[in-house]
Design a protein around this ligand. Structure first.
Ligand code: NIG
Ligand code: FE
Length: 397
C-alpha cells in the first residue's frame, strides 16, 4: 500500500473538534496517509515514531515537508450544475448594464445542451473536473436540469455519474418551452418517465421551488415521487424572493436547502431546529448583484451553514471555493474559520457524507496544502491562487 507522511504542517485544520477549537486546529502537525485513507493525524514530533508503527508504511512512505504551510480538508462543493452546453456571457454582460437576472435564461442553456453531443459534454465535464480539482475541490455534486426531456435528462445524469457519485436529478429546473401551456403534463413527466430514467444514475432529487419555476405544491409532489424511487431530497429555495422552499425542505427532512437569501424568522427557526443544512451560494449574489444571504443570522440561530459554488452558466459561472470563502467572510458576516468549515465539513453534511470534510483516521485522504501559513489567507488574499498541492484519495494531483 502506498503511504505518504506530510510533516512540518504549520497549521492543520482537521474539523475534529476534539482537538480543541471548533475546527480542530493543530500546529506543527503531521498527517500519515495509507492508500486512499488518513491513517494518523497528530503532533509533528511524534510523526516518525507513528509512521514506524504502521506496518511497512515508514519504509515506503513518501515524505513531504510542508515547510510550515497550512493544510485543510479538500473542499466539498455540494451544489453545481456542471453538465451543460454553451454559455451565457452575453446575458452576463447585459446584466452588468442593468438587465436583471431571470430564471428564464435557463431555457437558452437547455437548447444549447440538447444540441451538444455526449462527446462534447463529456469533454467539458472533464475540463470542469480538472478546474475544480486544481482549486482544491475534492468532492462535488452535479445536477441535471439542462436537458428536460426524458432522453436528455437521462444522458446528463449518466454523464455526471461518470465523474461523481453525487448526482442530483433536477428535471424540475424550469418548465421547458414546449410545455409552457401544459405544465401539469410536464410535472407528470418529471414524476414518472423522467424520474424512472434518471433514478438509476442519481442519488438525489432537487426542485427549483421559486416563483417562475415550480410552486410549493408541484415541488412537494416531485420530491415525494423521487423519495418513492429511493432518491434523497434537496431543494433550491428562497433565492429570488420569500417563499415556502425552506419550510418544505425542513418538513421533508431534506439534506439541504440551497440559496436561502430571503428568509423569514420562521424559516430561520425551522432550519435551526432541523438537520437540514442551509447551503449558501454567494457566487450567485456576486454575479447577479443581488443582496447576499445573512449567514450570521443563520449561524447565531443555530442552523448549520454550508458554502457551495452553484457553478452554472447563468447565475454563477465560477467553481472557486476560495472565492466563496472570501465572499462569505467579507459580505455575509462569517468568520474565516466558519467559512472554511462551511466549505469543507459543511458541504459534507449537506451531502450526508461522513467520509469527507474532515481529517481523521479512516476518512478519505482528501487534503489541500495552501501556499500560505494559515487558512485565514483564503479570505485575506481573495483572487490569489493559494492551492499548493491537492491529494485526492491519497494521490497527489
Ligand atoms: O441555482 N436556481 C436555479 N438554477 C440555477 C441557475 C441556473 C441558470 O441560470 O442557468 C441556480 O442559480
Ligand atoms: Fe443551483
Amino acid at each position: 500500500m502506498t503511504a505518504t507522511l506530510i510533516t512540518n504542517i504549520g497549521e492543520l485544520t482537521t474539523n475534529v473538534a476534539a482537538h480543541g477549537d471548533a475546527l480542530g486546529t493543530l500546529h506543527d502537525a503531521a498527517v500519515l496517509i495509507e492508500g486512499d485513507r488518513i491513517a494518523w493525524v497528530g503532533a509533528g514530533g511524534e510523526a516518525a515514531a507513528v509512521a514506524a508503527r504502521f506496518a511497512g508504511a515508514s519504509a515506503r512512505a513518501h515524505l513531504v515537508d510542508a515547510g510550515g504551510r497550512a493544510v485543510i480538508p479538500g473542499f466539498v462543493d455540494s451544489h453545481t450544475h456542471l453538465v451543460f452546453g454553451g454559455d451565457r456571457a452575453d446575458e452576463f454582460e447585459a446584466r452588468m448594464t442593468g438587465t436583471p437576472y431571470a430564471a428564464g435564461g435557463i431555457r437558452r442553456t437547455v437548447a444549447a445542451t440538447r444540441s451538444a453531443s455526449d462527446e462534447e459534454l463529456r469533454a467539458r465535464l472533464a475540463a470542469f473536473v480538472a478546474e475544480l480539482h486544481g482549486q482544491g475541490t475534492t468532492t462535488f455534486e452535479i445536477k441535471t436540469g439542462y436537458g428536460l426531456t426524458v432522453a436528455d435528462e437521462e444522458r446528463l445524469a449518466r454523464l455526471a455519474a461518470e465523474v461523481t457519485p453525487e448526482v442530483t436529478f433536477l428535471g424540475a429546473h424550469v418548465v421547458p418551452a414546449e410545455y409552457s401551456e401544459r405544465r401539469v403534463e410536464y410535472v407528470e413527466l418529471v414524476c414518472d418517465a423522467m424520474l424512472r430514467a434518471c433514478a438509476p444514475h442519481s442519488r438525489w432529487i432537487d426542485v427549483f421551488c421559486e416563483r417562475g419555476a415550480f410552486t410549493p405544491e408541484e415541488s412537494r409532489r416531485i420530491l415525494a415521487a423521487g423519495v418513492a424511487h429511493g432518491l434523497e431530497p434537496r431543494v433550491h429555495g428562497n433565492q429570488l424572493g420569500p417563499g415556502e422552499g425552506v419550510r418544505l425542505a425542513v418538513e421533508l427532512g431534506a439534506a439541504s436547502v440551497d440559496h436561502c437569501t430571503y428568509l423569514s424568522d420562521d424559516d430561520v427557526a425551522a432550519l435551526a431546529g432541523s438537520t437540514t443544512v442551509a447551503t449558501l451560494l454567494p457566487g450567485v449574489e456576486f454575479s447577479t448583484r443581488q443582496p447576499y444571504p445573512d449567514a450570521r443570522r443563520l449561524i447565531d440561530a443555530g442552523a448549520t451553514v454550508a458554502l457551495a459554488s452553484d457553478c452554472n452558466p447563468g447565475s454563477s459561472f465560477t467553481s472557486s471555493m476560495p472565492l466563496m470563502i472570501a465572499l462569505a467572510v467579507r459580505e455575509m458576516g462569517m468568520s474565516p474559520a466558519e467559512a472554511v468549515w462551511a466549505a469543507t465539513a459543511g458541504g459534507a453534511k449537506a451531502l450526508r457524507r461522513d467520509d469527507v470534510g474532515a481529517l481523521a483516521p479512516g476518512m478519505r485522504a482528501d487534503l489541500v496544502m495552501l501556499d500560505a501559513p494559515t487558512r485565514v489567507h483564503l479570505a485575506y488574499r481573495p483572487g490569489v491562487p493559494l492551492v499548493h498541492t491537492v491529494w485526492i484519495g491519497g494521490a497527489a494531483l
